[in-house]
Write a protein that binds this ligand. Structure first.
Ligand code: NAP
Length: 297
């Protein structure tokens, strides 16, 4: 049987890399899956779970003979790993990543490609708070969106291959420029995650200051709002480092809005507070209505 992907290399076999391999296996699109991780323990686990056929700790060994490579370690490790394995790529190989930040990654990885090999940036907007290969499952990308970030140098056939592969995983594919992606995601994903981490920090500092239990009285609002503060700290540290400008810009904007809110609360401005909460509630309901076809808008 001729597989669409004869040999898939997954560099970083965690939640995203593992789920990607499982989804493509389910669709019978892939012949062999080779995993690359930092630890033998991860590789053993991935084999035991049937996510990969074989594994290696040597990233150059891992990509030899692969016609498709997914790179899915934390964001700051993506460029160094691609630069390390690029000389070992087989001619014709298509390489993509899953990083949550695109601009710096796409430009460096595109430059690292040897002649006849292609890099396309991807960001699957799907995930959960758990990480590692044990958390992987094949339906992770069903009903999600994946953003591809081609450049003027992108080969159309390579872009098409990456699109087909993400669609086979159950994702709806869209394309946009990498720097635009980084500004949009800073606002819609990175800001809410940083807010959630920060609210938990504020409350835990408060608990220390007043020497009394604060979290005991945390209600469902706290649970809903801070769910994403259970996400992997390494992943979020790396996202902040790699998308520093766009995140700083949106945080400054948020700080201005917070100052305005503080003024309304301290002045007891009932009309303005009601108007602001109503506007936000209406916006949220409209956004959810418009995105109702997608599980992970
Ligand atoms: P994960 O479950 O923690 O998996 C990361 C994998 O990368 C593991 O196989 C790990 O190997 C390996 N790794 C970790 N640090 C490394 C390093 N410094 N050098 C080389 N390999 C390293 O992470 P994930 O949630 O799948 O996220 C992977 C990527 O997808 C990230 O770039 C993230 O931005 C992006 N992403 C994540 C989500 C999400 O919600 N989780 C959504 C969209 C995109 P060991 O197990 O051996 O340590």
């Amino acid at each position: 049987m001729a597989f669409f992907i004869k040999r898939l290399a997954v560099v970083g076999v965690g939640l995203i890399g593992g789920s990607f391999a499982q989804a493509l296996r389910e669709q019978d699109l892939v012949g062999e899956v080779v995993g690359v991780a930092r630890s033998q323990k991860t590789l053993d686990k991935a084999r035991e779970l049937g996510v990969i056929d074989r594994g290696t700790l040597d990233v150059q060994q891992g990509v030899i003979g692969a016609n498709f490579v997914l790179v899915a370690p934390p964001v700051c490790a993506i460029v160094p790993m691609v630069q390390q394995f690029a000389p070992a790529l087989t001619r014709g190989a298509v390489v993509t990543d899953a990083g949550s930040v695109k601009s710096s990654i796409v430009h460096a990885c595109e430059q690292a490609m040897p002649d006849g090999c292609y890099f396309i940036g991807s960001h699957p907007i799907a995930g959960r708070e758990r990480s590692g290969v044990e958390a992987a499952f094949p339906a992770l990308f069903q009903g999600s969106r994946t953003i591809l970030t081609p450049t003027p140098r992108t080969a159309p056939a390579a872009l098409e291959m990456v699109r087909v592969v993400w669609e086979a995983c159950g994702s709806q594919v869209e394309t946009m420029a990498a720097d635009h992606h980084d500004r949009v995601l800073a606002a819609t994903s990175h800001l809410p995650h940083l807010m959630a981490y920060n609210v938990v920090k504020t409350l835990s500092d408060l608990e220390q200051d007043i020497q009394a239990e604060v979290f005991r009285y945390a209600a469902s609002g706290f649970r809903d709002f801070t769910r994403i503060a259970s996400s992997d700290p390494t992943m979020w540290r790396d996202i902040c480092l790699e998308n520093r400008d766009a995140i700083s810009e949106i945080l400054q904007r948020f700080r201005r809005d917070l100052d305005e809110l503080l003024a309304l609360v301290s002045q007891g401005d009932a009309t303005a507070l009601h108007a602001m909460f109503s506007r936000s509630r209406d916006t949220r309901e409209r956004v959810l209505r418009e995105n109702k076809v997608l599980r992970n808008p």
